[in-house]
Ligand binder design. Sequence first.
Ligand SMILES: [Zn+2]
Length: 221
Amino acid sequence: MSGGIARGAGSGTGTENMDTRIGFGFDSHEFKPGVPLRIGGMTIDHPEGLAGHSDGDVLLHAVTDALLGAVAAGDIGSFFPPGDPRWKDADSAIFLKLALEELQHAGYRIANVDTTLVLVAPKIAPIAGEMRARIADLLGVEIDQVSVKAKTPEGLNLDHVAQCHAVALVERTAEPDDLKSMSAVIESERQIEDVVDDLLSSVHGTQKKRPAPVYDTEDIT
Ligand SMILES: [Zn+2]
């Protein structure tokens, strides 16, 4: 069955039989003086921030890619090209929200997210609890579904770079049969709309209404 509500992780990929899926994300940004340091949706008191077209939030970018990856919906760059002036200094929570919407449209929700930051400074351990709470809030999950770990880049010669690795386990929000029947309902409603449109256009001579796009891509690409 094509179309329906399973976007991104659509039919024909075998995903209809999967209850859980996993996604991985990685990101890195160079430290830069004179900009605020944003990690995990928090502003952290530090002499340098992370260079980037957006606010440079390396952790939120990695989690965004993990969520998109879990439902094979592309990556952060495919939705938010770095050259687009609209995303200059943007709050990376925007990117995370879009990934969440993609996840929900595909019929999944977050089971848990685990992250590892790799950076020399600042020390993350003292603020990891607050950061987990902030990320959980942004993701709409409980704090025990979010993990934030950090380590120093030993032997990598990357002392002026912050990196983040993230994995996300996601689980189905509805049984595959429920999704199929929901798709069938949507398809039949479309057909009824088409019939009504045809009737209206034959009576009023108006143009047939075009089907609405699933979402407005003009706002994000
Ligand atoms: Zn990034």
